[in-house]
Design a protein around this ligand. Structure first.
Ligand code: AHR
Length: 500
């Protein structure tokens, strides 16, 4: 049996978790909005047409912020189409996803939904076909009190109080050739600078996110970040990262090592931010917004066959299996280990579209990836401890050495709680772990959850929604300050300890 040790010192800390690291994303795409969060006429809909069964599941996840309305969609979007009387709203072709957008749902409905979901809105502006002027108008509509054209228009539309949206994305994936209005780094850096400047002049309380690379494989990765930041450093607060992983070639050991790739990606972007900081001789630090991350590949073939120009088709409906949940657990651990610089992260997406929550006309259910997100969001808040992990490693095809044990320890000092999240990536062997916690006197284990399944490809469906669900663990002990546990092969774990 393999063994691992987690070395902890209560004085060695990485930083406090910004709760926005547990954010998510709703795009006008597929059935995320229509039939996802909004379905008037459904037996589950409330008087505003919002799906109450979905709202309940979103509230369970305790998602503090949701990015909206895209994604690729935003780069061709006219937000004005989605506000005001519904019978006057135009249907438009959405070139990004080649579907028809009815505009029956727009930003005011999303703000209403967000209030019901106990979450904040992270709004993206269109810097593909539009620019600073339209972004400013949108901000005026959302955040200006009254007495101006757009703030009075909002009031006329029935929203007396401003929406007070604090977090703004300056475009989406502007480095990608697939993006409507795709730009070079210089073109985008200048536009982001002008947009951020004008928006902050109108409302200095907002925070802005500049687009980093669409993924680590982009040929312009690195130089894109440097050039963009060079041009818009003073007008932005965060730089975005996006990354999706898949197991199309069936190499699960390699797939599970993807979190090593994510870790390296984050470290590289931090280096670039700090390089620009040094060049500018400034004290201002740019932090990271990992505002799209997930597993995404299961639906690719089906999506390629979809007829074009339909309304709310079944697009990007990945059915997640058990091994996907292991990687999502590992990716959350990776994000937490970078809590000193990753302040925002959005699981992409939230409902139906590459999502933890699925719906049909007859109900809503939790996909496998729901569970690691649920527990990490609930109990992963506090201070991240800077642990040293001594564990056996394996050689992965794409990422080189990968530890069998991925782990993070969170200390919630307010509640006197310590929570260990861990993944044993070994496909063959259990892992015996030990951790000296004698500095944390009088702690005891209050909860131990394990997510495992003999079949790596097991899925949850509407008919079998509980196929992959966490169970309570029996084989962890905290005796005289020494934590020991046996992590079964390919398993995700959470051990919560509280002061007596
Ligand atoms: O989340 C799905 C898509 O992935 C988003 O629209 C885009 O930003 C990314 O490429």
């Amino acid at each position: 049996m393999k063994k691992a040790e987690i070395i902890v010192d209560r004085h060695f800390l990485i930083g406090d978790v910004d709760k926005r690291i547990f954010g998510s994303f709703i795009e006008h795409l597929g059935r995320a909005v229509y039939e996802g969060i909004y379905q008037p006429g459904s037996p589950f809909a409330d008087t505003d047409g919002m799906r109450t069964d979905v709202l309940e599941l979103v509230r369970e996840l305790q998602v503090p912020v949701v990015r909206y309305p895209g994604g690729n969609f935003v780069s061709g979007y006219h937000w004005e189409d989605g506000v005001g009387p519904k019978d006057l709203r135009p249907a438009r072709p959405d070139p990004a996803w080649q579907v028809i957008e009815t505009n029956a749902f727009g930003l005011n409905e999303f703000v209403t939904w967000a209030q019901k979901a106990d979450t904040e809105v992270m709004m993206a502006v269109n810097l593909g076909t539009r620019g600073p002027e339209d972004a400013k108008n949108l901000l005026e509509y959302c955040n200006f009190e009254s007495g101006t054209y757009y703030s009075d228009l909002r009031k006329k539309h029935g929203y007396e109080k401003p929406h007070h949206i604090k977090l703004w994305c300056l475009g989406n994936e502007m480095d990608g050739p697939w993006q409507i209005g795709h730009k070079t780094a210089v073109e985008y850096g200048r536009t982001a600078e002008e947009t951020g400047r004008m928006m902050k002049m109108l409302d200095p309380s907002i925070e802005t996110v500049a687009c980093g690379s669409s993924n680590l494989e982009m040929p312009t990765f690195g130089s894109w970040e440097e050039t963009v930041l060079d041009l818009c450093y003073d007008q932005v607060d965060y730089l975005s990262l996006h990354q999706y992983y898949g197991n199309a070639n069936g190499d699960t050991a390699d797939f599970l090592a993807s979190s090593v790739g994510m870790d390296q990606f984050i470290s590289s972007v931090i280096s670039i931010c700090d390089c620009v900081k040094a060049k500018k001789r400034t004290n201002k630090q740019i932090n990271l917004s990992f505002d799209e991350w997930n597993v995404w590949y299961h639906s690719n073939d089906a999506d390629a066959k979809l007829p074009k120009w339909s309304k709310a088709p079944h697009q990007l409906e990945d059915i997640y299996n058990f091994e996907d949940a292991l990687l999502v657990g590992s990716m959350l651990i990776t994000l937490l280990r970078h809590a000193d610089r990753v302040k925002i992260a959005c699981l992409a997406q939230l409902v139906n579209v590459i999502a933890p929550i699925m719906t049909s006309d007859t109900g809503a259910w939790r996909q496998t990836i729901f569970y690691p997100f649920f527990y990490t969001s609930r109990y992963g808040r506090g201070t991240v401890m800077n642990t040293i992990v001594e564990a056996p490693v394996y050689e992965s095809r794409t990422y080189g050495d990968a530890s069998y044990l991925d782990s993070v320890l969170i200390w919630n000092q307010e509640n006197d709680e310590l929570t260990l999240f861990a993944v044993n990536k070994s496909l063959e062997e259990d892992l015996e772990i030990s951790c000296d916690l004698r500095q944390f006197t009088e702690y005891r284990i209050v909860d131990h959850k394990i997510l495992t399944h003999e079949n790596l490809k097991a899925v949850n469906t509407e008919d079998h929604p509980l196929e992959v669900t966490p169970v309570s663990g029996q084989n962890a002990a905290l005796d005289s300050g020494n934590l020991t546990a046996l992590f079964p092969k390919h398993s995700w774990q959470m051990i919560r300890m509280c002061k007596k």
